[in-house]
Ligand binder design. Structure first.
Ligand code: SF4
Length: 215
């Protein structure tokens, strides 16, 4: 079905890759994962969501994004796994890449760190498919994320990374409409302090006020 604005309202038929039966969905935030969680629930796919994002800084911003993501998963009765906030390890891992642009090498290191931990959790807890909501965002490089996901699962037997394109079949538009419907917190930068710095620099150049962080 197509809306008057031209996007499809019917989701793709979802089938887990390689005969998988149980999916661990790494989530980055509620605005990105809303559509993905709803699609998995609608398809009756057994899944749990896994929140591991030490890239979200400062801590106050992290807590707001996490709480909102948990509340959404809870509403659908999808189990929510809350892993570490090992932010010192994130800074160590990305050392030397403080000035990289978004979509550059620092982002690869950042996705690697999060998806490696997610793959380990999936493997040690009986999941056979790993997916991530990161790839639904049009501001991200889908090939970069899929490369990190495939690398992350490659060391584990019987674990696949799902390269499904969540943007297609109206997924991007539904992501936006679910965010509006739910009144999700408006995130104004990707997550790390470097992206906050760069976004504020760009806002300053355009005469826009600095981002107001949560208390
Ligand atoms: S810009 Fe976003 S993806 Fe890139 S390193 Fe920072 S938090 Fe990670």
């Amino acid at each position: 079905m197509t809306t008057q604005t031209g996007y499809e309202t019917t989701r793709a038929t979802l089938v887990l890759p390689e005969g998988g039966t149980r999916c661990l969905l790494h989530v980055c935030c509620a605005p990105c994962s809303g559509e993905v969680i709803e699609a998995l629930v609608e398809a009756d796919i057994e899944c749990e969501v896994y929140f591991y994002n030490p890239n979200i800084q400062p801590r106050e911003e992290y807590e707001v994004r996490k709480a909102e993501n948990k509340a959404f998963a809870d509403r659908y009765q999808v189990p929510f796994i809350d892993d570490d906030y090992d932010v010192e390890d994130w800074f160590k891992r990305t050392e030397g890449h403080e000035a990289d642009p978004e979509r550059g090498e620092r982002c690869t290191l950042c996705f690697d760190m999060r998806l490696e931990r997610a793959a380990f959790y999936a493997y040690t807890h009986g999941f056979d498919v790993l997916a991530t909501s990161l790839s639904i965002s049009r501001s991200k490089d889908i090939d970069q994320i899929n490369g990190c996901g495939m690398r992350a699962v490659s060391k584990y037997p019987n674990l696949s990374y799902w390269t499904h394109n969540w943007r297609k079949k109206g997924g991007s538009q539904r992501m936006v409409s679910i965010s509006r419907r739910e009144g999700f917190y408006r995130q104004e930068y990707c997550g790390c302090l470097y992206s906050l710095r760069d976004t504020n620099q760009s806002r300053r150049a355009r005469g826009i006020d600095r981002i107001q962080l949560p208390d």
